[in-house]
Each structure stands twice: as structure tokens, then as C-alpha cells.
Design a protein around this ligand. Sequence first.
Ligand SMILES: Nc1ncnc2c1ncn2[C@@H]1O[C@H](COP(=O)(O)OP(=O)(O)OP(=O)(O)O)[C@@H](O)[C@H]1O
Ligand SMILES: [Mg+2]
Ligand SMILES: [Zn+2]
Length: 485
Amino acid sequence: MLARAVTHALVGLEPRRVEVEAHLERGIPGFAIVGLADRACQEAKHRVRSGISSALLEWPLDRRITVNLAPAGLRKEGSSFDLSIALAVLAASRQVPAERLAEHAAVGELALDGRIRPVRGAFAVAEGARSLGLELILCAPESAAEAELAGVQAVPVRHLGEAVAYLRGELQPAPVESPDETVEPELPDLADVRGQERARRALELAAAGGHNLLLAGPPGTGKTMLGRRLPGILPLLAPAEALEVTRIHSVAGLLAPERPLVLRAPFRAPHHSSSTAAIVGGGPGPRPGEASLAHRGVLLLDELPEFQRPTLEALRQPLEDGMIAIARASGQALFPARFQLVATMNLCPCAGRGDPAAECSCSPQRLAAFRDKLSRALLDRFDLVVTVPRPRAAELAAGPSEASQPVRVRVAAARVRLREAAPLRTKAADELLTRAVERLPLSGRGRARVARVARTAAALAESDAVESEHVAEALAYRSPKELAA
Ligand SMILES: Nc1ncnc2c1ncn2[C@@H]1O[C@H](COP(=O)(O)OP(=O)(O)OP(=O)(O)O)[C@@H](O)[C@H]1O
Ligand SMILES: [Mg+2]
Ligand SMILES: [Zn+2]
């Protein structure tokens, strides 16, 4: 007796169809899973067997059971096939109707007592189901709202027994609660930051144009504070972006069951001790790293020079093309990583440089090593470099600064302008840029980045053209003297 269930494995973010075939035959009783299944997948045998017994269903004791996961060339990882395997075995032993099972996809891990647990990537698996024309997916209740974002109907089941009763037509599962669509709690506000007008302006430009920003300066001047306030002035994600980000966060297992759709631009701030794999992705699966989790949002690298040099170098490629490719024996996994980089740093290892109240005690060698860590190639990718000086007493004593809300409105308006009628450079602005390329000098990439920042400045000023003043402002954020030798 042969029965089939269909599910999907994930290669990176891509769902790949997996057919689960359960074959029951006479012979020496036993249970085998074949078809390039990894350890966690092999352990499915124990979970499926004990799950079926716990659900008071019958384990076909006198039969030889072979489960084949096809195609065999695709490596199957993790526990997400448990539910499909159990249902295929039950269909092969005529305990659930095979034709009803064929109308459903299924995804979920089985606990030994038959409970169904949510797994990572339910959204992408549900997308795979829909692409096959399946409209129903059996899954854990925690995955239901997430799966429905893919345009299928989720059948939330808490227990294998419940899934079987449903497939036999004995039970109607509770409907999926509609997700909570309110946006999450408030973010830190710019009203808290005193003074630092130039850095605030750079933050606004960064938000409007999606530019990379480096905040450098002595300790305690508000660099980290400013970096953390970028998400609060970004617009919400467009619907297509929201689904794209949701797919990535689903594969990482980061979605909140009650509000699975990511509406806000993501903000990720990994610690400087993070491994390269944690930042750019990797490991079994492979899984997306922080750079991909920050896709369409912000990656904050606080204390940039503390990160390992190879980690920083690994970020150069995604900063250029917005993609991370991870090679595996089973093929290449692609993760989008179009993030906006914000970094903070002191001006030297002892942090005394640029601080009128302190003196730099770094040896020339130590200073050189510090600067070496940040390759020119990396620094070249920051569109906006701004020094954040120690605020004057008067600035700190002044009343509250402008809050995030009006800034967010200006940013949103500038983004619309940039999308619909990007301003073009005037002749004078063009000449200024050409002269700067020779004088600074600017690399080809540097020139393009200055041109983009100038366009953002023009859009924020509601100007129809990029004027010299906008190019001049963009140039002023290029290489501040404090960072030079
Ligand atoms: N411009 C400012 N306005 C208001 N508060 C500030 C400002 N600068 C610093 N502070 C206060 O100092 C604390 C430290 O600021 P923050 O962590 O942003 O400094 P930093 O520049 O990142 O320093 P470090 O280089 O040591 O990391 C803040 O929590 C805040 O209370
Ligand atoms: Mg800091
Ligand atoms: Zn120093």
C-alpha cells in the first residue's frame, strides 16, 4: 500500500517540493526513511512512531514501512517533515483518506506525545503549496496566521489526533484568528537627543535616501543614541517589501505568531563579538544572517572597529549588490541583503582624539593598526561620514529638540519625490562634482555615492533640480578631517 503527502524543503528562502511516499509491505517489520535525510530528519522515525501511538492510532506493527523523501538529490534538514511523514504512513495504512490528504500540504514537527509544534519557514512552505495549486495547509496553530499570508487557507491543528479527525471529516478546526495589524510599540525618539544638528541632518538624509552612515567621535556624545533613532524616522514597508522581509524572518524563526507580517523596516544591531556566519549567514540550512535580517531596513554596527576584520570584509559584497550567496554541496542559497548600514566609532583606540576634554595617548602604531582595520574599501561605502563632537553646555541645557514624527513626514515626502520625479543636476552642480572628483580625489563609486546624496538633499529641499548647494552638502559628508591621518 502506497500513500503520498506533499510538503516543501527550504533551500535558503526557496521552497522546493518534497514528496513524502509511505510504502507498507509484508516482510520483516521495520521502519526506514530514505532520500538524503539528515540526522534530525532520521529522528523523525521516533517522533512519528510515538506520535501515532500517543494519538491512539494504530502503528502498522506487522508491516515493513519505508518512507521515501523525493527527490533524493535534495538534502532534507530538520523536523518540518514530521507531520507529512506521519500522515503518509496513516494514509498508507488506511487510517486517513488518501484523497483528502492529497488536497492538503502539511508542515510541522511532532512531539513524542503527538502534539504539533511550529517550525521555521512556514510562510515559504505555504508559498510552495500555493504554487502547486494546493489551497489548504495543515500546520501548528502558531504557524497558521503566517501560512495564510502566503494566500493559502491554514488548517490549524494542535495534535496529530486532531489532524486525523479533521481529515476523516469528524472535526472542524477552530478558524485562524486574524492577525493583529497594529504597528508595534513606540521606538526611541529623536526628541531625546540634544544638539548634534549636523548628525541629525545626516540621519535625516540617510533615512530619506537609504544611505550608509558612519558616526564618529569621542565617547558619550550620542552616537549610539542617534543610530538607534534611525528606525523611528523610516516609513513603513511597502506591501511587497513587507512580504519579502516576512519570508526572511520566517526562515529565521523570528515572527511573532500573533502578528507575523513585518510592517516596519527591520532594525538589527548585532554585537561586535558576533561571528561572520552570524552576520552574513551560514550554518546548517543555511540560515540568513543579521545582514539579511536587516534587508529593507537598518544594520547598526555599534563600535565598528571592534568587529572582526573578515566579518567587515564579508559585508562589502552585499553592500554593493544587496545579495548574499552561500555555497553548499546541495547548491547555492541566495539571501537578499539590501540593508542600510549605520556604524559608530571613536576616532582612536583610547577615544581621546577629537575630544577637547581629553588627549589622545595612542602610539602611532596603535593608531595605524586601528585605521588598518577599516579598509579604505569599507570606508568608501559610507555615503555619509559625520563627526559627532562633544556638545557644548548650552546645547545640553537647551529645550527639547525636534521629535521623530515631523522628521518622518519629511523623509516620507522625499522618498515619494525620489521615486516619482528624481531631480536632475544643474550644469553648475555637475561642474562642482567634476572638480571634486579631481580635488579629493573620489573613486568612481565615491562619485556615484556623492551624486545620490546630493539628489536626496534636493528631494528633502523639495527642489526640482540638484543645485550646487546640494552637491556641496553631499561632499562635506565625504571625508572629514578628523578621520584623516
Ligand atoms: N547629544 C545628547 N543628547 C542627550 N543625551 C546624550 C547626548 N549624548 C549623550 N547623551 C547621554 O549619554 C548617554 C551615552 O550616549 P551614547 O551611548 O549615545 O554615546 P556614544 O557616543 O555612543 O558613546 P561611546 O563612544 O562611548 O559609545 C546617553 O544614554 C545619553 O543619556
Ligand atoms: Mg556608543
Ligand atoms: Zn587615542
